[in-house]
Each structure stands twice: as structure tokens, then as C-alpha cells.
Ligand binder design. Structure first.
Ligand code: NAD
Ligand code: UDP
Length: 313
């Protein structure tokens, strides 16, 4: 039975991934320091055979006794709100944390899987973004701590692949949303849905003309597993190109889906906020046979149900 280490396993994506791996009959060791995650996300897995949780900061030395077949490195704060709150921790987990997890993978002869991001493209000058695009990143702006940490992590993974022969899988994740996002996470979907449900204003940063493409969590995790099971060592975009919306349109759709009469309020734009983002998923389609299946309104309905329950609690 394969045994998989999932760093960031108590986070939004990590907890869904742990669940999906356990459903395939695999054993999971989730490692998390709970900086942005929560044990609540994985509490239902504690009784599952084959599931172990370790509270640990992977920016410090990482060791897991016994067999390990894959190290899936998802640990990293991911919300732009965190880029200013905990910038050094983000740089450390992308740099030192990635190095430690690569060391573990190498020592165990395991595959190393990196959760990278569409942020490696920065404010892209090519649209939609194929994996061959090198990006347009400001290294010293507030987003640089995250973007450059992930770019460094990709470089480190490829160096371990070329120099040490470690099997690598690198997923470039595009804005993913769904149940278990934190209500106060700070990202657009969680902010908008929570505000709509509370009857509070939806805050649009700037004029709302910037675009994003939104992927439902089930599609994203299915993409992770397809990539893990493949032999593709270089980066693959996993995102939903059919859902590209301006942020103002997203706010309006959230109001429709939740039946809310909240107002939309415009506030100053975020520094270095990318103006457009949409994945080219030709590689995922051709190499992994992966396609997103959940449309934006359906995904937002599921997400709104999750937040409605969370707010009641
Ligand atoms: P999240 O904040 O819910 O999950 C990240 C998890 O990592 C949290 O549980 C956190 O406590 C843990 N963590 C952070 N630093 C750690 C450390 N030093 N040691 C151990 N654990 C640590 O965010 P998420 O959206 O689930 O993101 C998961 C991964 O996917 C991240 O690497 C993120 O960069 C990447 N990603 C996510 C998105 C998205 O839209 N959700 C987009 C691009 C990339
Ligand atoms: N955004 C917004 N209001 C919010 C939160 C975010 O207008 O309350 C905007 C943000 O400026 C960005 C987009 O929504 O243009 C997506 O932001 P998010 O934080 O979800 O992800 P990222 O910027 O990393 O793509």
C-alpha cells in the first residue's frame, strides 16, 4: 500500500488531498504547523486506518520513519493577505521547507510533488498562460515573497531531478476555491461569499477589471492525482480556463448565487495585483487526460453552503 507524506495536510487543499489519497486505499502522513490550517479540516480522518498527523514546521529538518513513496509538498500560506502578515515564514517554507522535503524524498527514493502556483507568471504579459511562459514578477514587491519562493522551489525541485535523479511532479495551481477555505482567509471567493451571507459589502480592490480563472477543489485534487500518477517531471498547469471572470463579475455572480442584496464597494487596488490570469491547459489535457468538470456557479453554490454552515457554528 503506497505511503504518501502530505505537507500542509491540515490546510484547505491538503485536507481534500489527504481524503482523496485515503479513498484510493493509500496511507497518509499529514504534516502541518497549523499556521493557516486547522485540525478541524482533518478531524474526521483521525479514525481512518492509515492516517497519521504530525504537527511540525517543515522549514525545520523533516524526517518520517519507514516507507515513503511520495512527498507532496503543499505547506505554504497562500492568501495575499498573508504575504504582508507573515512574509518571512512564506519565504522559509518555500525555500528551506522545499529543500527539507526534497531531502526526505531523495533519502526515501520517493517522488517529490510540488504545489506551485500560477503566481510564478506574475502579472502575465502572455494570455492565456502556457507552462513555457517565464513570467513577469516583481521580486521586491509585497507579492514577491510568495512568487519568488515558489519560483525558487521549482528551481530547487528541477535541480534535484537533474542532479540527484529525484522524480518530480510540479503542479501550477490556478485560483482554487471550495469547502474548507477559511472565512477570514482574505482571498476573493471567501471574502465575497462570507460578506454576501452576512449582508455586508463585497470589497472589490481597484476597478474590478482584473481577471482570474476559478477552479473547484474537486477538479484541482483530481488533477493532482493524475499528475502524481503520470511520468511528467516538468510543470503542468491545473486550472479551469472556462471560468475566467473579472473580479467585479465574480462579485455579481456571488450575489446571485447567494441571493444576497449586499452592496459592492470599491476600495484601492492591491499593489502588483495581476491584471489577468487564465491557464492554457493543453499539457494537462494531452499528458494527463485531465479536464475540469465543475462550472463556477455550481462550485460557488457548494462553497456558499459550506460557509453558511461554518458561520452558523
Ligand atoms: P492553506 O493555507 O489552507 O494550506 C496551507 C497549509 O500549509 C496550512 O495548513 C498551513 O498551516 C500549512 N503550513 C504553512 N507553512 C507551514 C510550515 N512551515 N510547516 C508545516 N505546515 C505549514 O492554503 P491552500 O490554498 O490549501 O494552499 C495549499 C498549497 O497550494 C500552497 O502551497 C499554496 O501555495 C498552493 N496554491 C494554492 C492555490 C489556491 O488557490 N488555493 C493557488 C496556487 C497555489
Ligand atoms: N480581491 C478583491 N476583493 C477581495 C479579495 C480579493 O477585489 O476582498 C481581488 C484581488 O485584488 C485579486 C482577485 O480578487 O485581483 C483575486 O484575489 P485572491 O486573493 O483570491 O487571489 P490572487 O490575487 O492570489 O489571485
Amino acid at each position: 500500500m503506497p505511503r504518501i507524506v502530505v505537507t500542509g495536510g491540515a490546510g484547505f487543499l491538503g485536507s481534500h488531498l489527504c481524503e482523496a489519497l485515503l479513498e484510493r486505499g493509500e496511507q497518509v502522513v499529514a504534516i502541518d504547523n497549523l499556521v493557516t490550517g486547522s485540525v478541524d479540516n482533518i478531524a474526521h480522518l483521525f479514525g481512518e486506518p492509515g492516517f497519521t498527523f504530525v504537527e511540525h514546521d517543515v522549514s525545520n529538518y523533516v524526517w518520517v520513519p519507514g516507507r515513503v513513496d511520495a512527498v507532496m509538498h503543499l505547506a505554504s500560506p497562500a492568501s495575499p493577505a498573508d504575504f504582508e502578515r507573515i512574509p518571512i515564514q512564506i519565504l522559509k517554507v518555500g525555500g528551506l521547507g522545499t529543500h527539507n522535503c526534497l531531502g526526505l524524498a531523495r533519502a526515501k527514493g520517493a517522488t517529490f510533488f510540488l504545489a506551485s502556483t500560477s503566481e510564478v507568471y506574475g502579472d502575465p504579459l502572455v494570455h492565456p498562460q502556457p507552462e513555457t511562459y517565464w513570467g513577469n514578477v516583481n521580486p521586491i514587491g509585497p507579492r514577491g515573497v510568495y512568487d519568488e519562493a515558489k519560483r525558487y522551489a521549482e528551481a530547487m525541485a528541477m535541480a534535484y531531478h537533474r542532479h540527484h535523479g529525484v522524480e518530480t511532479r510540479i503542479v501550477r495551481i490556478f485560483n482554487t476555491y471550495g469547502p474548507r477555505m477559511r472565512p477570514d482567509d482574505g482571498r476573493a471567493v471567501s471574502n465575497f461569499v462570507v460578506a454576501a451571507l452576512k449582508g455586508e459589502p463585497l470589497t472589490v480592490y481597484g476597478d474590478g477589471s482584473q481577471t482570474r480563472s476559478f477552479t473547484y477543489v474537486d477538479d484541482e485534487v483530481r488533477g493532482f492525482l493524475a499528475l502524481l500518477d503520470s511520468d511528467v517531471t516538468t510543470p503542468v498547469n491545473i486550472g479551469n480556463p472556462d471560468t475566467e471572470q473579472t473580479i467585479l463579475e465574480l462579485a455579481q455572480i456571488v450575489l446571485e448565487v447567494t441571493g444576497s442584496s449586499s452592496e459592492i464597494r470599491f476600495v484601492p487596488a492591491a499593489v502588483d495585483d495581476p491584471t489577468q490570469r487564465r491557464p492554457d491547459i493543453t499539457r494537462a489535457r494531452e499528458l494527463l487526460g485531465w479536464e475540469p468538470a465543475v462550472d463556477l456557479r455550481t462550485g460557488l453554490e457548494h462553497t456558499a453552503e459550506h460557509f453558511a454552515r461554518a458561520l452558523k457554528r
